[in-house]
Design a protein around this ligand. Structure first.
Ligand code: FAQ
Length: 336
């Protein structure tokens, strides 16, 4: 049964009884569950349980916010990129993230929420965005580390969302994943160049960046499965296809081999191959840091939110001008 959470949200019947659903509603839910069971996609026009819709609005809007807040740490380095080539690549990447945000806001809008509502939730601090973007970019190597580790983690999480049961989200993710894979490779290549051709100081800068981005990247996948309140329902509904811990493990396994190619050390002395599990064991993750960061107390939370609110306020005149322009081009309606 996919709709237990809906049941608990319950409606009230005329005589005060909770959890009363009409026969028609129950039939619709059964049909919806059957669609999910059959692995079919749900389209915007299809009937869906209210809790399914809300879960998608929550996840898709958080995802969209992550893309546009995620422009800030990297945007910080556009004017200081070491060569014209690196500057052009970084500009294109940051612009891609804006595009991803727009695809995702558009997917969110198909669920009956407006972009203004989603952005208001971000600006007022009610909506979350990825914990990772609350960490600072202190050196040029951080830009490479974001590409390698953060985009690497993002792809690992996002490829299964291309098969998400909600079709508009799945379609948006297909385009996003294609671009993200370039992002990951450009980050890896930037780090490899520094490790193979750089000075000792540049190599040390790469290692320092990896030391600082490793654990926050491992945390990006969300809390452990047994402490993830949304996972069970989202997995049953096919919104999530692979669990937080499974994705984290796949990311760690892939990163270990890539770190060897780069010639960097991952900052986890307990990281070692476990023959029995055919996976790497790793040291304990500091979940208190994760919960602190998502509660608003990371190194850059205030700065990131303030930057987004300022961009929104500064852009007011552009939105007003666009609306004024659009109203001039509205078709004249016949009053009769
Ligand atoms: N940060 O029950 P769960 C990118 C929250 S895009 C902040 O496991 P769920 C591209 C979670 O919302 C990166 N909060 O939740 C890029 C929930 O709180 P709520 C973003 C987190 O939804 C690269 C609570 O903890 N990607 O990087 C985080 O089932 C480079 C309990 O957690 C997506 O958003 C976190 N890391 O699973 C851009 C992918 N983890 O809402 C620029 C889509 C968990 O109940 C540069 N989202 N929380 O108040 C997902 O796959 C899922 O939403 C998870 C969380 C896996 C993130």
């Amino acid at each position: 049964m996919y709709t237990q959470a809906m049941d608990t949200m319950g409606k009230e019947a005329g005589d005060g009884r909770k959890n009363v659903r009409s026969a028609e509603e129950m039939q619709l839910e059964e049909r919806f569950d059957a669609q999910i069971d059959a692995g079919n996609f749900i389209e915007a026009k299809d009937w869906m349980p209210e809790h399914y819709r809300k879960t998608l609005v929550r996840q898709i809007s958080q995802h969209a916010h992550s893309e546009i807040v995620g422009m800030l740490p990297e945007g910080n380095w556009i004017s200081r990129a070491p060569t014209l080539k690196r500057k052009a690549i970084l500009l294109a990447k940051v612009q891609d993230e804006a595009g991803h945000g727009l695809y995702l806001y558009a997917a969110g809008e198909t669920l009956g929420t407006s972009r203004d509502q989603m952005l208001d939730a971000l600006h007022s601090g009610r909506a979350k965005y990825s914990s990772i973007f609350n960490y600072p970019t202190l050196s040029w190597a951080d830009v490479g580390a974001i590409g390698w580790l953060v985009d690497g983690a993002a792809i690992m999480n996002q490829v299964p969302i291309c098969r998400c049961s909600y079709a508009p989200y799945a379609r948006a993710m297909i385009r996003i994943c294609r671009e993200e894979s370039f992002h990951q490779r450009q980050g890896f290549e930037a780090l490899l160049t520094m490790m193979q051709h750089g000075t000792d100081a540049q190599k040390a800068m790469v290692q320092d960046a990896v030391n600082r981005w490793w654990w926050p990247s491992v945390m990006m996948f969300g809390p452990p499965d047994d402490e993830s309140p949304n996972s069970a329902q989202s997995m049953r509904w096919g919104i999530k296809r692979v669990s937080n811990d499974e994705l984290r493990q796949k990311f760690i396994d892939a990163a270990v081999d890539q770190a060897k190619v780069l010639g960097v050390t991952l900052p986890d002395p307990e990281l070692r191959w476990n023959e029995e599990r055919q996976a790497h064991d790793h040291g304990p993750i500091d979940w208190s840091e994760f919960w602190r960061v998502i509660a608003g107390d990371g190194p850059c939370n205030r700065e990131r939110l303030a930057a987004r609110v300022k961009a929104w306020d500064d852009g007011a005149w552009v939105r007003e001008a666009a609306m004024a322009h659009a109203s001039k081009h509205e078709p004249v309606r016949d009053a009769a």
